[in-house]
Structures are given as structure tokens and as C-alpha cells.
Design a protein around this ligand. Structure first.
Ligand code: SAH
Ligand code: SF4
Ligand code: F3S
Length: 465
């Protein structure tokens, strides 16, 4: 008999990937994924701890789930609630103390234990926690990915972080850096491509620190791994995220010039343009280092565009520091970016620093920086008007017949009467550009990238991002 599983995912791509893997772990036990918690046998909240807001969101969702759980209990059913992800790792037992109706708390390294945990709590009705960092890597313990959903697929190649930026919880919630072996990555990538994926995104908290081993035991860096993956027949787009400026080496810069299916778009978080702040953040690079990397990448691949992350209001950030950030933005010119207000995280060094910045100052800096970056983004989008872009069609639009796809630069393109192009790569002439999307008309099958042979309907792409 099939059981209903609802997974809610917060936070980064890594969590999105992990959620699919949890679905894979539970599928052999009869769990079928649903898109709402109503009537679910099990709910997993795959949580994020990066900023205070993200963690708060989980607690308010738990409150709502309790109502559903109670309603089911009145009918003699037991809905299991599991808290997974980075809040689980960071807060552990505390979650069960605060919310005793949570049945299990399971950290990112322990998802392979879910079937055992379910069996145990069904037997004992006790709340359980699994938070250890296992010796054996979780990727070896999880089953191979079962299903490819649509034309784009994600492959996790690296996890954890040893950088210890002073604001960040990731080294604590995800543990030390670990790179998956090359063979396992190639196998998973080939499976996705054989099941219809034409775009692969390699994931890792620090993806360009990748240093896995090949079958012969030799160390392989990200550049070499990308070269190997690019040889998979049928693969037409490669991406990787998220990178650290410190780990952009000469080989990786060369790879951007040499591998044509490596998309000319890179998310490279800089956080700040002030050397003083960067030092206090323990980023171990200066603003000039960052700009130097951007210049080298542009020399290797002239059409490359960049996105980034910024933190405003880091402890001690002055108006002059913030000006330096604006200067860096002016110098680089970003196609897209995220701006976050510094959020003190328990247990991280910056949380206890003197010079915490007032909320009103953070708000003002955030608005100024976002306005500036939004204008850059609009200009970048407008620069594509009149050009022909290969667009990978991913999902339905709001209006009947509309389809939405992505350019190499991750811009969303809305096309009318385009449902039949779902999951295909097509050439589109861009006609209009806005802050968040482009419009265009179909020119034909993409010429610059091989067109996928796939007739899937939109439903499969809707299931997952
Ligand atoms: N590994 C990546 C990204 C990690 S988290 C990297 O090294 O860049 C994603 C983004 O969240 C970060 O780039 C940073 O901008 C933001 N972030 C992390 N901790 C934060 C905090 N305490 N407050 C506000 N933003 C934070
Ligand atoms: Fe966090 Fe810094 Fe590691 Fe990125 S590099 S995950 S920001 S500690
Ligand atoms: Fe959040 Fe953990 Fe990712 S804290 S950003 S879910 S690594």
C-alpha cells in the first residue's frame, strides 16, 4: 500500500538535491511524494540555518503541521514529522524539547538512516535524533538516484566547508569538506543524461574546492572533472555552484575558455568590496583579487557574465566600507545578485563581535545596493534584445500556452504558444527585456547546442525546480 510523503525544502540547491535523495531512500518503502501535507503519512522539513529568518520559517511551519497531525490523530492515524537539514544539525535535541510532536530530527549526513528511524519510531513512538557525521560518506550510503525529472539535473559533487567565514554556519552544519569520487559522479551524470537530462549543474557548498579521486587514485580538480563530464554524448549544458573566489585557479579559468558547453555564467559570491570587511569575514581575498579573477575569466570567455552574493551590515561595516562595495559593483557589473542583511548566527565568531550594525542602517544599505544591482540586471537583460539565445524550455507559464525557459545566463524567457517545446532547447530571438524576465520569439531548434530528443509534457518539469 502506498504512503503519502510530503517534503518541504528551504535554503540552498544542496537541500533541493538532498530532498530528492530522501525521496529516493523512501520510495522502496512505498512512499510516494505529494505536493501538500494534507493527509500525509510523513512530512519532512528540510531546513536551512543560514539566516535567522530561514530558521524561524521552519518553526512557524511546524506550528501549522501540528494542527494537521492532531486532526489525523483524531482519526486514529499517526502522521510522522521529521526535521532534516541544517536547523536539525544546528539545534538537534532542542527542536524536540520545544516541539515534542516532532518525531525525528535528522542531520544532513544521516539521511540513509530514515527507513530505520521510521521503523523504530513506529515501534516505540519515541522521538529520535540522528546527528552524527559518519565516517563513510553519505553519498555511498544513499541509493543511486532513481529518477531524472526533465531536461535539467543536479549532481552533488562536494559537500561541507573548511573556510570558516566568520558569519557562516555551513562549516558547522555540513561538516568538513568532502569530495565525491570521480567515478560515482560520472555514473550519476550519465544516468541523468540517459534519462533525458541535457543540462547538468554540479553542486557543492564550495564546489570549486573539489578534489576527488579517479579510479586510479589520482586527484582530480573541478576543471578536469568538467572536461570529463563535457564528453558525455547528449549533454549540452554544464554549470556549477557555489564557488569561492579563493579556489578559482588557472585550470578553472582555462576550462571556461575551452569547454563550450560550460555556460558563460558564474555565481561567484564576493560578500563585500571593502578589504577591511573581507578580512574580518575571513574571506582571505581582497577586492582587487576578486576583480582580477573576473578580468581573467572575461579574457578566457568574453561573453561570460557574473552573479554574486553580498552581505550588508557586517559588524564594524562603516559608510566608507559600504562605498567600497558600491565601487566594486560599479567596476565588475553584475548580471544578477543577492543581497542579504547580516544575520548574527549563534556559535559563529562574528555574532559576538563589537560594532553590530543597526537594523535601520542595514535596511538603508540593502535598499541602496539592491537598487544599484537591479539597474545593472535590467541593463544586462536589455543588452540581449535583438540577439538570438539558445533557450532550454523548462515549464509552463501563467497564461495558457505560455512556456518558460532559460538562457545560458539563467534569464527566464517567456514564450507564447510554446507548450510543445517543453524540455527542448530552442533558438529564441529576444524582443523585450524586463527586470526579472525576457520575452522572445522562436527562431528554430538551437544551433549552438545540440537539440534534445524529448517529448515529455510539462507535468514532469513542474514537479521539481
Ligand atoms: N558557499 C557559498 C555560499 C554559502 S551561503 C559561499 O561561500 O559563498 C549563501 C550566502 O548566504 C552567502 O554567500 C552569504 O552571502 C549569505 N550568508 C551566509 N551567512 C550569512 C549570515 N550570517 N547573514 C547574512 N547572510 C549570510
Ligand atoms: Fe560559508 Fe564561507 Fe564556507 Fe561559503 S565559504 S559555505 S560563506 S564558510
Ligand atoms: Fe542553508 Fe544549510 Fe544550505 S544552512 S544554505 S541549507 S547548507
Amino acid at each position: 500500500m502506498s504512503k503519502k510523503l510530503y517534503i518541504k525544502t528551504y535554503g540552498c540547491q544542496m537541500n533541493v538535491y538532498d530532498s530528492t535523495r530522501m525521496g529516493d531512500v523512501l520510495a522502496p518503502f512505498g512512499y510516494v511524494e505529494a505536493d501538500s501535507p494534507e493527509g500525509a503519512d510523513m512530512v519532512i522539513l528540510n531546513t536551512c540555518h543560514i539566516r535567522e529568518k530561514a530558521a524561524e520559517k521552519m518553526y512557524s511551519d511546524l506550528g501549522r503541521l501540528r494542527i494537521e497531525k492532531n486532526a489525523q490523530a483524531e482519526q486514529g492515524k499517526r502522521m510522522l514529522i521529521a526535521v532534516a537539514g541544517c536547523v536539525a544539525q544546528a539545534e538537534g535535541e532542542e527542536i524536540i524539547h520545544r516541539m515534542p510532536y516532532v518525531d525525528m530530527v535528522v542531520g544532513p549526513q544521516s539521511y540513509h538512516t530514515l527507513p530505520d528511524l521510521i521503523a523504530e519510531t513506529e515501534r516505540t513512538h519515541a522521538s529520535l535524533t540522528r546527528l552524527e557525521f559518519v565516517e563513510e560518506q553519505k553519498f555511498d550510503l544513499l541509493p543511486e538516484s532513481l529518477q531524472t525529472q526533465g531536461a535539467t539535473a543536479f549532481v552533488s559533487i562536494q559537500e561541507g566547508c573548511d573556510k570558516f567565514c566568520t558569519f557562516c554556519v555551513v562549516p558547522y552544519t555540513r561538516g568538513a569538506e568532502f569530495s565525491r569520487p570521480v567515478e560515482a559522479i560520472l555514473r550519476e551524470a550519465r544516468t541523468h543524461v540517459s534519462q533525458g537530462a541535457v543540462e547538468l549543474t554540479l553542486l557543492g557548498q564550495n564546489v570549486n574546492a573539489y578534489h576527488g579521486r579517479d579510479a586510479a587514485g589520482n586527484e582530480v580538480g573541478l576543471a578536469q572533472l568538467l572536461t570529463m563530464l563535457a564528453e558525455i554524448p547528449g549533454l549540452t549544458r554544464l554549470r556549477y555552484t557555489t564557488s569561492h573566489p579563493r579556489d578559482v585557479d588557472a585550470a578553472l579559468i582555462r576550462a571556461h575558455g575551452e569547454i563550450d558547453i560550460l555556460m558563460p555564467y558564474l555565481h561567484l559570491p564576493v560578500q563585500s568590496g571593502s578589504d577591511r570587511v573581507l578580512k574580518a569575514m575571513n574571506r582571505k581575498h581582497t577586492a582587487a583579487d576578486y576583480i582580477g579573477i573576473i578580468e581573467q575569466l572575461r579574457a578566457a570567455r568574453p561573453e561570460i557574465a557574473f552573479s554574486s552574493d553580498f552581505i550588508v551590515g557586517f559588524p564594524g561595516e562603516t559608510d566608507a566600507d559600504f562605498e567600497d562595495t558600491l565601487k566594486l559593483v560599479e567596476t565588475v557589473g553584475f548580471a544578477s545578485a543577492y543581497v542579504f542583511k547580516y544575520s548574527p548566527r549563534p556559535g559563529t565568531p562574528a555574532a559576538d563581535k563589537a560594532g553590530q550594525v543597526e537594523e535601520s542602517v542595514k535596511d538603508a544599505r540593502m535598499r541602496t545596493l539592491m537598487d544599484y544591482l537591479d539597474r545593472q540586471k535590467l541593463r544586462f537583460n536589455q543588452s540581449k534584445i535583438g540577439t538570438v539565445q539558445p533557450v532550454l524550455m523548462e515549464r509552463k507559464g501563467k497564461k495558457p500556452g505560455q512556456g518558460i525557459g532559460k538562457t545560458p545566463y539563467m534569464q527566464s524567457v517567456v514564450l507564447e504558444n510554446a507548450v510543445h517545446y517543453d524540455q527542448q532547447l530552442i533558438d529564441v530571438r529576444i524582443t523585450e527585456a524586463y527586470g526579472q524576465s525576457l520575452k522572445g520569439e522562436v527562431v528554430g531548434a538551437a544551433s549552438t547546442e545540440a537539440a534534445p530528443v524529448q517529448e515529455a509534457l510539462f507535468s514532469s518539469a513542474d514537479a521539481r525546480p
